[in-house]
Design a protein around this ligand. Structure first.
Ligand SMILES: [Zn+2]
Length: 466
């Protein structure tokens, strides 16, 4: 994930007794998951000189070739210093649209001197696999891939084609992500396995599992006020710094209209049932009943884990202005970072901010790069909900399942923007204390391997059809 893995809930001590699922083992697949993850972590697939993303793609290709895919089923396409992988397992019914498994092979930069262990040397220790990409997202990419191979090994024949589509720059420019989504826009559904989906208690019990059905749109607006300037001994009525400050004060105090969509409505409803803080749980319940309930809004907006789920948010993040201590400022500039609730356009939100700022001298410009695009929420599809429900239960036992909308962006954005339903739904569960994606000492619990293979083989069997 590019910006952050969504914090779902501030769950405290273990709430729910969970039964460990009794599943038959998949020893060959389980061994392959660890082997591929370790070899992928050892390849430094970081943007820039020496980027080894293409070698990660080759590692995965070779595993597929060994398992029965033919060379013509697999493409590795170089793009700039990176590459992407598309591997197809043809379904028996050519009339069915394909199922896409999406992940990324690139990782965020990691400085060895800052880490306790070398980030690009995989280390297995105390039940964890350590290394850059362990949780974001080489382990999960290897887990999904090894599970597809396991299905083939077991003699499964999909009705619907299964396409493994792994991007090579999700953490940076998303150029390969865009190309892949455009090429696969005829897909039935995308299963995005980037990041972890489940949360364990600190004692290691599954607390809840979440699938992601929507993302807010990332946007930056530049706001600039310019004046003729002059000597500071002769002030004029207009002053760029003062004008910009007044505009920022109004924008900082503004709250966008609270909203619900199908995904967030189910999120709030599900979260209400497991949130241990009674005040927060009551606010969630009141918000679903009436999104304009002022008391509920006050509670949800005061909590960093819930504020982003209520509405569009915009916040000034940078400011600069003036050019000399004894001169009237010729310009003052601010950056406003917004996370737009699905269903609104960038120009629409900019127009709303201009109105709020009420400062005709302030010029607004959308300066978001082309690595962000407006994407609708994916529908809450009953076939998908049923299939993940069954797969999670087979893997982890009866844990609550809560759909979510995140404030960051993933490869799902590109598919959703083209009208393809995409769901963030990976197998792995982590403790809050194990959350090191993009940070130091990234790790993933090995306890995810066995249930993970059960999850993917169950889910893919249902979604691809026998
Ligand atoms: Zn990721």
């Amino acid at each position: 994930m590019r910006f952050s893995i969504p914090v779902l809930l501030s769950l405290g001590a273990s709430l729910l007794a969970s039964s460990t699922a009794q599943a038959k083992g998949h020893p060959e697949a389980e061994a392959q998951v660890l082997d591929l993850s370790k070899r992928a972590i050892a390849l430094r697939s970081v943007q820039g000189p020496g980027n080894k993303t293409g070698e990660v793609a080759a590692l995965f290709r070779d595993a597929l070739l060994k398992a029965g895919w033919t060379a013509s089923d697999i493409e590795i396409v170089p793009l700039g210093d990176t590459a992407y992988l598309i591997a197809t397992w043809k379904g028996s019914d050519p009339g069915l649209k394909p199922l896409v498994i999406s992940a990324h092979m690139d990782v965020v930069e990691a400085k060895p001197e800052d880490w306790e262990r070398d980030p690009f040397t995989p280390v297995v220790e105390n039940g964890y696999l350590f290394g850059r990409g362990a949780s974001d997202t080489k382990f999960e990419a290897a887990l999904a891939l090894s599970s597809v191979i396991e299905l083939r090994r077991e003699g499964f024949r999909p009705k619907r084609s299964i396409v493994i589509a792994y991007s090579g720059d999700e953490e940076t420019t998303m150029d390969t992500s865009k190309v892949i989504a455009e090429r696969l826009k005829g897909a039935e559904l995308v299963l995005n396995v980037d990041g972890s989906s489940g949360t364990l208690s600190e004692a290691g019990k599954p607390l809840y599992w979440s699938w992601q059905g929507a993302e807010k749109t990332y946007v930056d607006y530049k706001v600039e006020v310019t004046n003729p300037g002059g000597h500071s001994s002769a002030p004029r009525p207009d002053n760029a710094i003062v004008q910009l400050a007044q505009a920022m004060e109004r924008i900082g105090a503004y709250r966008f209209k609270p909203e619900l969509n199908d995904v967030t409505r189910q999120y709030w409803t599900g979260a209400t049932k497991i949130e241990p803080d009674p005040k927060l749980a009551a606010a969630m319940k009141a918000f679903v009943a009436n999104p304009n309930d002022p008391a509920a809004l006050q509670v949800l907006r005061a909590n960093p884990a819930t504020v982003g789920r209520v509405s569009t948010t915009c916040v000034p993040t940078m400011i600069s202005g003036g050019h000399a201590q004894n001169a009237l400022p010729q310009s003052a500039t601010a950056n406003i970072n917004c996370r737009i609730f699905p269903g609104h356009t960038r120009p629409e939100i900019m127009a709303e901010l201009e109105k709020v700022a009420a400062m005709p001298a302030a010029k607004f410009t959308d300066v978001t790069g082309d690595d962000s695009v407006e994407a609708p929420a994916s529908p809450v599809r009953p076939d998908f909900v049923a299939a993940v429900g069954k797969a999670v239960k087979a893997a982890w036992g009866p844990v609550p399942i809560i759909p979510s909308q995140s404030s960051g962006a993933s490869d799902s954005m590109w598919y959703r923007a083209l009208g393809v339903p995409s769901y963030g739904a990976s197998a792995s569960m982590i403790r809050d204390s194990d959350e090191f994606a993009h940070g130091l000492n990234e790790r993933i619990g090995l306890l995810n391997i066995a249930p993970g293979v059960v999850y993917y083989t169950t889910l893919l069997t249902d979604l691809a059809g026998k």
